[in-house]
Design a protein around this ligand. Sequence first.
Ligand code: NAD
Ligand code: ZN
Length: 342
Amino acid sequence: MADRLATLLDAQQVGGRRFIVSSPVIWRFHGDLVTRALGGGEPILVADGERFKNLQSVSRIYEALIRAGADRGSTLVAVGGGVIGDTAGFAAATYLRGITLVHVPTTLLAQVDSAIGGKVGVNHALGKNLIGAFHQPTVVAIDPLLLRTLPRREFRSGLYEVVKYGMIASRSLFDLVAGQTKAVFARDPAVLVPAIVESCQIKADVVSKDEREGGLRRILNYGHTVGHALEAVTKYRRFRHGEAIAYGMLAAADLAVARGALADVDRQALVRLITQLGPLPPVGDLPIDDVLEAVRRDKKVVHGRLHFVLATAIGATVTVDDVTEEEIRAVLVRLGLKQSRD
Ligand SMILES: NC(=O)c1ccc[n+]([C@@H]2O[C@H](COP(=O)([O-])OP(=O)(O)OC[C@H]3O[C@@H](n4cnc5c(N)ncnc54)[C@H](O)[C@@H]3O)[C@@H](O)[C@H]2O)c1
Ligand SMILES: [Zn+2]
């Protein structure tokens, strides 16, 4: 697929000069293929890693574009994971008030999540994803073969988001990952392609109905209330994003069962699947009060009330706005977090 990139862009009438943004690591693995597919041209390489998702990297992209004389008709092709996609995407959204953007996502997380939906942006020293814009890509070219070089832990991190799509919208997607875990890990396209396609469809469907995050788009945040808090209290160092979301989904399912909103067999199926996908970093040393504080600080607290997405079955959700801190505390106790701060 990636080898047919030029044809694909031509077919979508993505004209003008094409500028590639990637990272040294990704370029080492896949640079030859992408260069062959798109023809010549030096890529603009910026370091990937969450630390480099900042305005300085954006500035380096602007500089390369200006020096090369990129104009309004130029296209920026982001080849990388979520960090490159978000950073290059923000540069494309703002350079000359916006040029055409193409995503070639190279991580599973980017293929099923960050490359879809039009959110682009970078971190600020005072917080994650605080600077950003909405800028829809003209083309998202997804090639599962690019995932062959992805470290297993990164692959798993993306897989938890696939499980999330199953939980919120598709029992069959959930069952596919649960029933074919071995083939999924072998990155067998016969299983991976349908899983990626359905994940993208679910996200695209939700986003197209609610591009600017009014309400519906919130269901994509299933598992993210507790997940984000776990990432924050560990300063984004302990968990890969998907791993934190895995805990968040377990918490949300537990909370739903406690309220009588979800059948316990469904919660058990989720626990089984998450266990089956591999070990998660420990949480036993994390004080519950710290996590609750992080939940409160999270942007999902609207007018002091906590919006919370609950699965009511595998494949169905409801958003409630009356979740109390006590309920979350009880769930965190059951997840095995630390009950005192010392
Ligand atoms: N815009 C959105 O809607 C959205 C949604 C979800 C997440 N995100 C953002 O995405 C970022 C996380 O993205 P990510 O998980 O893709 O992480 P990442 O971009 O940091 O990539 C993870 C690691 O994998 C390496 N890598 C990438 N592709 C590879 C390949 N094919 N082979 C070998 N190694 C490869 C990278 O060098 C990096 O070390 C976060 O900054 C998050 O905020 C954005
Ligand atoms: Zn996520």
